[in-house]
Design a protein around this ligand. Structure first.
Ligand SMILES: Nc1ncnc2c1ncn2[C@@H]1O[C@H](COP(=O)(O)OP(=O)(O)O)[C@@H](O)[C@H]1O
Ligand SMILES: [Mg+2]
Length: 227
């Protein structure tokens, strides 16, 4: 089987004034279809940078990202934006929902941006699975943190992305809501075969995945590939 995501000697150097910060220093990772990979490592070791670069939100300084066989660097900005919309679902610690739209609007907007228009069947399946059917008329400010993150997950998976990239998705949630959200991610992985890469610094959260990848100082030091 081919990996859905592959990095080859991936470097990311931030130029901050006169100082260069090498956030990624030659990362080689493979993620295969159907995997749920947890990414752990101390603060500042490059986890978020890795997620941003593999998801096409920011560009590598050196090396390659292959996402579903596409070389991100070869695509250009417009091509990367399209690939991101069609193949990647993002989930962030701070939910990042649009405050003026209700839950339904936030999820449906992702379908419109995707270009295929609103698909009521898919919308029903996803919102039922995430337990959101009676929360759809509420704006983010009227929802709990756990509910907001469930809306964000619904938005991330509504277009059947090849991969979901989640950056500390339970970082703003209490224990009960964290367990709920992690259980849902595991269910999406098991029942829908959704491939997931999830950053966390909580070992209990990491244990929801099938593989733990450990980072340190811009390098993957353990668990880089399933093989
Ligand atoms: N936009 C940026 N500009 C300059 N340095 C950055 C930027 N983003 C992250 N860094 C630096 O890159 C390193 C890795 O950061 P990050 O990927 O956020 O780590 P983590 O998510 O593991 O905490 C840190 O030293 C951080 O300060
Ligand atoms: Mg981070």
């Amino acid at each position: 089987m081919e990996p859905i995501l592959k990095t080859e000697n991936l470097w990311k150097i931030y130029r901050a004034g006169r100082l260069d910060v090498a956030a990624l220093r030659g990362v080689n990772v493979d993620v295969y279809p159907g995997e749920f990979v947890s990414v752990m490592g101390p603060s500042g070791c490059g986890k978020s940078t890795l997620l941003h670069v593999i998801g096409g939100l920011s560009q590598a300084s050196r090396g390659r990202v292959l996402l579903d066989g596409n070389d991100l660097a070869a695509l250009g900005d417009a091509g990367r934006t399209l690939l991101r919309r069609h193949k990647v679902g993002f989930v962030f610690q701070r939910f990042n929902l649009l405050p003026t739209l209700n839950a339904k609007g936030n999820i449906a907007l992702a379908q419109h941006i995707h270009g295929d228009g609103f698909d009521p069947h898919r919308f029903d399946v996803v919102t039922r699975m995430l337990g959101l059917t009676d929360r759809l008329d509420h704006r983010p400010s009227e929802l709990s943190g756990g509910e907001q993150q469930r809306v964000a997950i619904a938005r991330a998976i509504i277009n059947e992305p090849k991969i979901v990239l989640a950056d500390e998705p339970t970082g703003n949630l209490d224990t009960k809501n964290s367990e709920n959200v992690l259980g849902l991610l595991r269910q999406l992985n098991k029942d829908l075969g959704q491939t997931i890469v999830m950053i966390t610094h909580n070992p209990e959260a990491a244990a929801y995945g099938n593989r733990v990848l450990h980072m340190r100082d811009g390098l993957v030091v353990d668990g880089a590939s399933a093989n």
